[in-house]
Design a protein. Structure first.
Length: 517
């Protein structure tokens, strides 16, 4: 799509979403819960289908692991937040404050190629829980599976009573279109998950944005750890979906006292330890000119080993590349997004903690780290010293920091806080997509506050949801061509058709604005 045609198309998408958001913003908790459950069920039913579609389209990851993520980001998300109410007013009689929830409005959800469907599920459900409309912007390399998933969720939402247009998707994502939507004043908040360039563009758009920083996770195994359990968890985590989650371990740091034992355990659980020559070939293949070769992202260990000329067994799940110095010039200290793990050894726990801090300072500040230890003092020092906002203990970090195997909020969007140049420091959750209007009474005990219990300005819809107004010549509502007059003739001149499309978009936009006045 050209920059000329992108602006009116962006306006049409956003105006339709605004119309839906205005209607949905008046729904009560019961109606919202019904819609959210229906959408989660639809996502869960299609978890296997879309997992396979994502791997086929992107050539990244493992179908079985994507099924796990799709289920976790559909019913799993809803079950985690079940009992939470993001719609009804909250009343604090002791503080004499009443809080009324206010949705953001229109959420522009930028989704990555690494976790496309799970991220669509996740962002759509968070938007619906908080009475927002959401426009899904897929990554071009995951366009089809993302768009198909968004349409399934949209159909489920409308069937359960949501306004048409509450979930929409950019069918043909392009840079001009995404830029136009990010900068449009009708976008109320951008939720950006992807590379650093995408997140920075969102922050520079002029609209509110929730973005995340890159991961580069150090994992430290100290002398007190259950070494066999640590090895098993690290290999499983590193192999999970071929390491496309940004929470996957990147650099393994082992205390000398258990390093040899850990290496043996890693091998037993499916890791292959590369020798010095193979490690050098890995550096050259994975980081040509110091930059990550994106061909390796989401590929399995055997595929990468074959490119190195290394023979591995069919059971090999992870490649481990030993190195000595934790410095920025060592490419193995950088994020890899593949089942390749750098490994180094240190004399003691304090040096291990310093090494983990050095890894994060190279890249991944604010993101996450992991430690396998039974020593509370070491764990505390590790968490206080390494500049990250989540530390997983005795669990694989892929599923630990993302909340799939811990009690952190399950999330496909990991905030890195101030140190990571992110606007949020927690795992993205519903609260991030709304504000609260606070009714605050005089604190003087002599001034009474009336009883607000049971009061709510919202209602369940009591009839059909008004349809989004369309121009009579809009392609979605226009009658079929008369018999004997082929539609192809009408589209013979691409320039005329492009002009008509722009005019239809502008007319529909103006009609929507008139209806809402």
């Amino acid at each position: 799509m050209t920059s000329t045609s992108a602006v009116p198309h962006a306006g049409q998408l956003l105006e339709r979403a605004r119309f839906a958001a205005a209607a949905y913003g008046e729904y009560d908790h019961a109606a919202v819960a019904r819609i959210v459950d229906a959408v989660a069920d639809a996502g869960h039913r299609n978890a296997e289908r879309f997992a396979a579609a994502a791997v086929a389209e992107t050539q990244m990851g493992v179908v079985e692991d994507k099924v796990v993520k799709n289920r976790a980001c559909s019913r799993g998300i809803v079950d985690f937040y079940r009992g939470q109410d993001y719609v009804s007013p909250r009343i604090d009689t002791a503080r004499k404050i009443v809080e009324i929830p206010r949705p953001a409005g229109v959420v522009l959800a930028l989704c990555p190629t690494t976790n496309p469907v799970a991220t669509v599920y996740f962002k759509v459900l968070l938007a619906l829980m908080t009475r927002n409309a959401v426009v899904v912007a897929p990554h071009p390399r995951a366009r089809q599976c993302s768009a198909d998933a968004a349409r399934v969720l949209a159909d489920a939402a409308v069937a359960a009573g949501a306004p048409d247009g509450i979930v929409s998707v950019i069918e043909d994502p392009s840079l001009p279109l995404i830029e136009a939507m990010m900068s449009d004043e009708r976008t109320d908040v951008i939720v950006a998950t992807g590379g650093t360039a995408v997140v920075r563009a969102a922050y520079s758009s002029g609209n509110p944005a929730l973005g995340v920083g890159p991961g580069n996770v150090p994992v430290f195994v100290d002398a007190s750890a259950d070494v066999d359990a640590a090895a098993r968890r690290i290999v499983a985590s590193k192999a999970f979906d071929n390491s496309v989650l940004c929470t996957n371990e990147s650099v393994l740091i082992a205390e000398d006292a258990i390093a040899a034992k850990l290496t043996s355990a890693l091998t037993r659980h499916g890791a292959h330890i590369l020798d010095a020559d193979a490690t050098q070939r890995l550096r050259e293949f994975m980081f040509p000119e110091g930059q990550l070769n994106t061909d390796v992202v989401g590929r399995d260990a055997a595929w990468i080993a074959e490119r190195l000329g290394v023979r591995v067994t069919p059971k090999t799940r992870v490649l481990i590349a030993p190195f000595t110095d934790v410095v920025g010039e060592e490419v193995l200290t950088h994020e890899k997004l593949s089942p390749v793990l750098g490994m180094t050894a240190v004399a003691d726990a304090p040096r291990g903690i310093r090494a983990a801090r050095a890894v994060v300072r190279i890249a991944g500040a604010g993101h996450s780290a992991a430690i396998h230890s039974e020593d509370a003092s070491v764990i505390t020092e590790f968490a206080a010293t390494v500049p990250v906002l989540r530390v997983s203990v005795n669990v694989g970090n892929s599923t630990g920091s993302s909340g799939l195997e811990t009690n952190l909020a399950p999330s496909m969007t990991i905030g890195t806080g101030f140190v990571g140049r992110s606007s949020i420091g927690e795992n993205l959750q519903p609260e991030n997509l709304m504000n609260w209007t606070r009714i605050a009474y005089n604190a003087d005990a002599g001034v009474t506050m009336p009883n607000f219990a049971g009061l709510s300005p919202w209602r369940s819809p009591d009839g059909p949801v008004p349809a989004y107004p369309r121009a009579s010549n809009d392609s979605a509502s226009a009658p079929p061509a008369p018999a004997g007059r082929p539609a192809a003739r009408r589209a013979a001149d691409p320039g005329i058709e492009a002009l008509r499309a722009e005019l239809r978009a502008l007319v529909a936009e103006e009609l929507a604005q008139l209806i809402r006045r």
